[in-house]
Write a protein that binds this ligand. Structure first.
Ligand SMILES: Nc1ncnc2c1ncn2[C@@H]1O[C@H](COP(=O)(O)OP(=O)(O)OP(=O)(O)O)[C@@H](O)[C@H]1O
Length: 518
């Protein structure tokens, strides 16, 4: 059996044939936990090269090799572009998998299969979550241009990504941005408009045509997601944090207006239009809500967040937009600052640990409140003295600074002097960011990944049971575009109902803090 040379892509028909062993790599640390497997930072023993190993989850042996992995491998095999992640090879582990302590890891599959990728230092969500992170305009333009260039390449090669979101945009310390996670991607043909599933794209980034049940679609679905990311970069937090499909549509209509046969010819023929059509008139408010954005940014955003997919701007035209050709110009990726590695998985883990620490401290405080206040001064050393000072100086005070506790995510603006807050001051006429030549961080555009949206995978309609009953959009009950960031004009009452999605445990705090629900 021929074995692929190191670094040579050995993904021919059967990905496990002729592959090297995973033992050629030393796992360094886990950097991702996706729906379909863990991702590790690893070092190739022979060359010392740092790579990312994505383990293909084989939990359900009977279903065979996962279709998402097959798709991802097949598609990445044909895509070669500087803004698309490079799949280097496939490696296998021959025997039963072991966990870090050498115990069987419960995976019934006899061996493991890993995809070896070039290593990227950050994903956009993890990077944005760094304390005090504020992107400058040239930086946002630089990332957006690379995102569009990579996506244009995919579309020209007749590949739809179908899961564009911050954690799938990888960034290295040279400032390069690459599209990753092609597990939901698929080929399409311009000639043959096949029926495709509409159960794709993570909810917050899912376009209205998919939410209305369309199964014939094209590259425009990815462009909607790009618009959501763009607005998020400028605005400082996700703009459509719906908790289920009906609420997602409602949030879209609140901002982009209700669809009708004038602004979206044919919308009434979409499969679920009657269930989800707005029950009251809704005007497009994008220009009003985001009036503080730079004029060219707003112009481009309008074209991306166009309801009718046929009128939505394609990646190629977006690259020609004035926004990218007027001052301040996109910066050279190499000129961007280098940051310590940050992946969504790690920042999430740190946040969880921080929360746990705070809860422990609170619990301890509640268990012994009297005791502490009554302690005579001489006894107030060590832990007890620290506990009296509350969580921030508690026994956990020696914790390393967290990447982003809840207060980092949706933290209030921390003053105009460019503190660690990521929200630009409300009245900033430059749209909340700085001209790069003016230096400093004060004008950095905000970005916050927010809690984690429901995935575009699995059973996406689990929470709502969509399509909803004939009574129209369900859930939420609120009507306002209630995502009030500190510098964000409130459009109505916040949504009622509970926080949902992957990060509901985190969202709760923030929602209470700022009076909106996911
Ligand atoms: N090449 C890479 N270099 C560095 N980090 C990576 C790389 N590939 C993936 N990651 C990290 O692992 C995370 C999960 O990877 P990926 O999205 O490919 O897995 P997935 O199982 O499809 O995840 P999800 O279900 O979230 O879409 C990414 O968000 C990123 O932080």
């Amino acid at each position: 059996m021929a074995m692929a040379a190191p670094g040579q892509l050995n993904v021919i028909e059967s990905p496990s044939r002729g592959s090297r062993s995973v033992d050629c790599f030393e796992k360094l640390e886990q950097i991702g936990e996706g729906t379909y497997g863990q991702v590790y930072m690893a070092r190739e023993i022979e060359t010392g090269e740092i790579v990312a190993l994505k383990k293909i989850r084989m939990d359900n042996e009977r279903e065979g090799f996962p279709i998402t992995a097959i798709r991802e491998i097949k598609i990445l095999k044909k895509l070669h572009h500087e803004n698309v992640i490079k799949l280097k090879e496939i490696v296998t582990s021959p025997g039963p998998e072991k966990d870090d302590q050498g115990r069987p890891d419960g995976n019934k599959y006899k061996g493991g299969i890993y995809m070896v990728f070039e290593y990227m230092d950050h994903d956009l969500t993890g990077l944005a979550d760094r304390p005090g992170m504020r992107f400058t305009v040239p930086q946002i333009k630089c990332y957006m241009r690379q995102l569009l260039t990579g996506l244009h390449y995919c579309h020209v090669n007749q590949v739809l990504h179908r899961d564009i979101k911050g954690s799938n945009l990888l960034i290295d310390n040279e400032g390069n941005l690459k599209l990753a996670d092609f597990g939901l991607a698929r080929s399409f043909s311009n000639e043959h408009n096949a029926n495709l599933t509409n159960r794709v794209i993570t909810l917050w980034y899912r376009p209205p045509e998919l939410l209305l049940g369309t199964t014939r679609y094209g590259p425009a679905v990815d462009m909607w997601s790009v618009g959501c990311i763009f607005a998020e970069l400028l605005h400082g937090k996700p703009i459509f944090p719906g908790k289920d499909e009906p609420e997602q549509l409602n949030k879209i209509f609140e901002l982009c207006g209700a669809p009708d046969e004038v602004n979206w010819p044919g919308v009434q023929k979409t499969p679920w239009y009657n269930q989800f059509k707005p029950t009251r008139p809704m005007k497009r408010r994008l220009r009003d809500v985001f009036r503080h954005f730079d004029r060219h940014a707003l112009e481009l955003l309008e074209k991306m967040l166009t309801l009718d997919p046929a009128q939505r701007i394609p990646a190629k035209d977006a690259l020609d937009a004035e926004y990218f050709w007027t001052d301040p110009l996109p910066c050279d990726p190499k000129s961007l600052p280098k940051y310590e590695s940050s992946h969504e998985f790690q920042t999430k883990k740190k946040r969880q640990q921080q929360r746990q620490n705070e809860e422990n401290a609170k619990r301890l405080k509640m268990q012994h409140p009297q005791q502490h206040t009554r302690l005579p001064p001489i006894q107030q050393g060590g832990q007890h003295a620290q506990m009296r000072q509350g969580p921030s100086h508690s026994i956990h005070g020696s914790q390393p600074a967290v990447a982003a506790g809840p207060s980092h995510h949706y933290g209030k603006p921390r003053g105009p002097s460019g503190g660690p807050g990521r929200y630009p001051p409300g009245g900033n006429p430059s749209g909340g960011y700085n001209h790069p030549n003016r230096g400093g961080q004060t004008g950095g555009a905000g970005y916050g990944s927010g809690p984690y949206p429901p995935q575009g995978r699995g059973a996406p309609y689990g929470s709502s049971g969509m399509p909803a009953g004939p009574g129209g959009p369900r859930g939420g009950g609120g009507s306002g575009y209630g995502v009030g960031a500190p510098n964000y004009p409130q459009g109505g009452p916040p949504y009622g109902g509970s926080a949902a999605g992957r990060g509901s445990n985190m969202g709760g705090n923030r929602n209470q803090q700022y009076g909106w629900q996911q």
